[in-house]
Structure formats: C-alpha cells, structure tokens
Write a protein that binds this ligand. Structure first.
Ligand code: MN
Length: 256
C-alpha cells in the first residue's frame, strides 16, 4: 500500500512522527508536509509565488519526504501531481495537536489536507489528538494502524473520515456528526508600544448542544470516545433548492 502523509503542524511535528512510527510497516510511506506550522490555514493555496520543496531525512524511515514552503492543501496537490512516483492508495493528515471538531473543520489545515486528497480522488483521513495539554500521540497512532488496512476496500474515494482521539484512555469509538462549535471572546484587543490598537485572535470554544444528544463529535470526545465523522464535500443544501426557486419565481412574477 502507498500512503501519502501530510499535516498542518509542520514536517517536524511530534504528531507526524508518531503517525509514521505506527504505520511504518504497512507499505510505502511518502511524506509531503509544510516546512513550518500552518495550523488554521484552512484550504488556502499558494498562487502568488513559487513553491519550494526540500527533501528531508526524517527520524522514522520512509520512502521519501519533502518539506514544502506552502499550505497543507499545496502539499497534497503537489504530492499527487508531481512528487509521488504513483498515486497513493490513501491520504492521511495528522496527527494534529488539538481537536478539529464541528465547525473547526472549515478552518483546519489538517482537515483541508484530507479534503485535498478527496478532491483528487483518494480515500483520506484527518486525525487529531483532541488536546493541547499532552503529547502522547501513540493511542491515536495505534487506532489508525488498526483501521488503515480495511480502508482501501471500504472507504469510497469521495468521503473523508475526520477522526478525533481524546487524551488518555478512550472508552471506544463512535460514528458521529459534526457538532455545533462556536468561539466566544475571540479577539484580545491590546495596544502596542507605539500606542496603536491591535487585535489577536484566540477565543474559547463554546459547544452548542443543539443536535441529537449522543451523536456529535464534540460530545463523543467529551465522553472519552474516539470520534469518527464521515465528511462529504458537496455543501449543496438540496432541501433548499426548491424553496429558493419558488421565491425567486414569485419575485420575477411580481415584477412583470
Ligand atoms: Mn495544527
């Protein structure tokens, strides 16, 4: 099996190393990852300057590894377009330090790397350790090691799995939907030494439990379960199409 690995914490991040350690006997592993941390860069791509690649010798032996001075989406695009000798069977992004739950997936570089895998037609996983407080990635790595052999035959190429592993011992796994996560007190407003106001974005997550109880990724991780959310790229709201057509038609009729 040929696996492409990327991340958004940078090619030297501990989570990536742990993932490589747990997968190294599974086949050919290629790593194409940002040369520095690019967390929360979403699905940005670099079009206003060239992308430079640097071959890297990682502490865990892999087939090839390159650092790219671009975003996670750049890395996966470049990997499948040019760097890999043949297309991967699977793309894995992670293991991210910190959760990617609910609406986080829209901002996450980790999830975007996996989305880029799906856009290019490869089954993909995004994997996150849902804490910033400890760096034991091995339970997350072991879980991925267990499921990867089954992915090739079972995961359709138009779906990615967003996986969040709780810190410490997990009680099992749950298949979840995305929760409703918002951030409050987002901006710290301060004054710089020259008297000019600046803002620093941070914020605390506020999880709104407005979905069916027991079913969201947020709740699963809160209760020490590994959360697995299947994600599709089609954001169309099919139920709304008819309604929009109706009120637009009524508007046009009224104008006549
Ligand atoms: Mn990150």
């Amino acid at each position: 099996m040929r696996i492409l690995i990327s991340n958004d914490d940078g090619i030297h991040a501990g989570g990536l190393k742990a993932l490589l350690e747990s997968l190294q006997d599974l086949g050919e592993i290629f790593v194409v990852a940002p040369d520095r941390e690019r967390s929360a860069t979403g699905h940005g791509i670099t079009v206003d300057r060239p992308l430079r690649i640097t071959p890297i010798c990682l502490p865990v032996p892999v087939s090839r590894a390159w650092a790219v001075d671009g975003t996670p989406a750049d890395c996966v695009k470049l990997a499948v377009e040019d760097l890999l000798p043949e297309p991967p069977h699977l793309v894995i992004a992670g293991i991210n330090q910190g959760p990617n739950l609910g609406t986080d997936v829209l901002y996450s570089g980790t999830v975007s790397a996996a989305i880029e895998g799906v856009i290019n037609g490869f089954p993909s996983l995004a994997v996150s350790l849902a804490t910033y407080d400890q760096m034991d990635f091995s339970p997350a790595g072991q879980f991925i090691r267990e499921i990867v052999p089954a992915i090739k035959d079972n995961l359709p190429p138009d779906i990615l799995l967003n996986i969040n592993v709780p810190a410490g011992r997990s009680k099992g796994r749950r298949i979840t939907c995305l929760g409703n996560r918002r951030y409050i007190n987002i901006f710290h407003k301060r004054t710089d030494p020259r008297g000019r106001v600046y803002y620093w974005m941070a914020g605390e997550p506020m999880d709104l439990d407005d979905k069916e109880p027991g079913n969201t990724d947020v709740e699963a991780v809160r209760n020490q379960y590994i959360s697995i959310t299947p994600i599709q790229l089609d954001l169309t709201n099919y139920r709304a199409m008819h309604g929009v057509e109706n009120w637009l038609s009524a508007l046009t009729q009224a104008e006549k």
